[in-house]
Ligand binder design. Structure first.
Ligand code: ADP
Length: 241
């Protein structure tokens, strides 16, 4: 479970997150949407414990920067950051040691098979294409089977097979009770399995919906996104006039 309570993040004078509050429950896939610069990566990095912020973030009831919270957290960043001098199998070993995982090899093999990496095990991180690096980054985040998963734009740069597999994996994690927070612009790709969404504009949550709330309204995630973002533009223009 992720609990974000009144989180504010400033970069100098720029207010990137303005008193954000939301929750992602076990077994829920929550989509963070919004135009570029809305503050999505900032809140994801804050939840991952990478930024200082005002407010409180709890992961499975523990403060997000505590060791207990970090054990339960998987973070797949927008830009993969691999170790140039480790092979991709060594990345798995590294994560397994960091999280004190047991019986992880079969899981790693399975992830590699599903993301079509099994013939690349001995390649160095620096020898891989951007898309392959993204796949390794996903494997690193998923290997510990965390209770909370944070994905920042995970679908960008992946090939269609990997997109399909990742979507299947997300549904599997959801069924196992993982809380998933995912930022994306590819709203049609998550249309089948999202449970809740927060649409951000200029550091604030401009709209929140659950799937149940929009069933039967003729709305879908994409329509909702345009409705909220276009409305916001109109309001701004009216204010200017
Ligand atoms: P999104 O992920 O929705 O595109 P970000 O969270 O990356 O938005 O950025 C929110 C705002 O914060 C933007 O105006 C961006 O320029 C600014 N920003 C992001 N990272 C930094 C940083 N390290 N230093 C200064 N400003 C930043």
């Amino acid at each position: 479970m992720i609990e974000v309570k009144n989180v504010t993040k400033k970069y100098g004078k720029l207010l990137a997150n303005d008193s954000l509050s939301f929750t992602v429950r076990p077994g829920e896939i929550s989509i963070l949407a919004g135009p570029n610069g809305a503050g999505k990566s900032t809140i994801i990095k804050s939840i991952a414990g990478l930024l200082r912020f005002q407010g409180e973030i709890l992961i499975c009831g523990k403060k997000n920067k505590s060791l207990e919270a970090k054990r339960n957290l998987g973070y797949i960043p927008e830009l993969p950051a691999l170790y140039d001098m480790l092979t991709i199998w060594e990345h798995m070993e590294f994560i397994a040691r960091a999280y004190s995982l047991e019986n992880w090899k079969e899981r790693a093999e399975n992830l590699f098979r599903r993301l079509e990496l099994d013939d690349k095990k001995n390649k160095l991180g620096s020898e891989l294409s951007k898309g392959m690096q993204q796949k390794i980054s996903i494997c690193c985040g998923l290997l510990p089977s965390p209770k909370v998963l944070l994905f920042d734009e995970p679908l960008v740069g992946l090939d269609p097979h990997a997109i399909k597999e990742l979507k299947n994996m997300l549904v599997e994690y959801k069924q196992q009770g993982t809380a998933v927070l995912l930022s994306t612009h590819m709203l049609d790709s998550v249309a089948e399995f999202w449970d809740s969404t927060n649409i951000m504009i200029k550091g604030k949550i401009a709209a929140s919906r659950s799937r149940e709330e929009i069933i039967g309204t003729g709305e879908d995630l994409e329509k909702l996104f345009f409705e909220i973002t276009e409305n916001n533009k109109n309001t701004k223009e009216e204010v200017k006039e």
